[in-house]
Design a protein around this ligand. Structure first.
Ligand code: SF4
Ligand code: SF4
Length: 147
């Protein structure tokens, strides 16, 4: 990250609830222990049962992670005309689009904004809000199922 990030004066973002980031294309929603605990508790399930029913193990080569399952059409397992676990959704979902790879450069932000109609629209999100989202992700270690 550069000393003065392109988002130093904030950026505009307001989700339009279009659902694009939750569906249609294959992807990963990686879980931390906090995510797993919140989701399992929110659904009244034991964590091991939640993993068996709703998660998959993903071998990234450099690490193994736990991700939510997708339906056969590539929608997130929890998409059904909206996020059915919205209150308990993982931090990855909560912090979009303020992810390190997207906030790293104006170019990365511009590229991502082609996929998300909420970016560059709506409320001005402050530098602190963005910084807090980045820090939250950094501090929430992802589960590594082999450990
Ligand atoms: S793609 Fe953007 S606007 Fe659409 S649901 Fe996701 S965050 Fe919201
Ligand atoms: S958990 Fe909810 S917000 Fe996250 S990808 Fe799935 S449907 Fe979207």
């Amino acid at each position: 990250m550069k000393d003065t990030p392109f988002w130093a004066e904030g950026v505009r973002f307001e989700c339009t609830s279009c659902g694009h980031c939750c569906r249609h294309e294959p992807g990963y929603v990686f879980l931390s222990q906090n995510d797993l605990t919140r989701l399992a508790q929110g659904m009244g399930m034991k964590e091991k049962d939640f993993i068996s029913k709703h998660c998959r193990r993903v071998d990234l080569g450099v690490a193994v992670r736990l991700s939510l399952l997708e339906k056969s059409n590539n929608d997130c397992i929890f998409w059904d005309e909206g996020c059915t676990v919205y209150e308990h959704r993982p931090l990855q979902c909560r912090t979009y689009p303020f992810w390190p790879a997207i906030m790293d450069s104006q170019e990365a932000w511009d590229e991502e904004s082609k996929e998300c109609p909420g970016m560059n629209h709506g409320a001005l999100r402050s530098k602190k809000e963005i910084h807090d989202a980045l820090s939250a992700r950094e501090g929430d270690v992802l589960l590594s199922p082999d450990r």
